[in-house]
Design a protein. Structure first.
Length: 125
């Protein structure tokens, strides 16, 4: 897995870009790196771009990720735009969206421009 992130403090969001095969251990290590960044705070929204990646995370691991989000106050409680264009990624992120209801708002988008437009809009849905 290759992954990068940029915290856009002025706009109030973190932008994550993934490529390759995204596995549970690599994803959790990457999220730990973001949480350790001095600019990070749990009020940030997020854009996660999986358009050049394959999400290779099973249901149990997905549940573990969601449990971490529920119990760790450092994780974001904001809005998240997930950019997905492959059917497998759509299914995985749709499962994540369902599991995280009540923790934060997740919406799926076919491209970054649409996701970013929603993320930066005043809409809270």
């Amino acid at each position: 897995m290759e992954a990068t992130y940029v915290i856009h403090a002025e706009e109030g969001y973190v932008e994550e870009v993934f490529s390759g095969s995204v596995t549970y251990p690599e994803l959790m290590a990457f999220l730990g790196t973001i949480l350790a960044d001095p600019q990070w705070h749990n009020g940030l929204n997020g854009l996660a771009d999986f358009s050049n990646a394959i999400i290779a995370i099973d249901y149990e691991s997905m549940h573990s990720i969601v449990s971490s989000f529920e119990t760790n106050p450092n994780f974001s409680r904001g809005r998240w735009a997930f950019v997905v264009d492959a059917p497998l990624n759509f299914g995985m992120t749709r499962m994540f969206q369902s599991l995280t209801e009540g923790i934060h708002t997740v919406r799926l988008f076919p491209n970054r421009a649409a996701g970013l437009a929603w993320l930066l809009s005043d809409r809270q849905d």
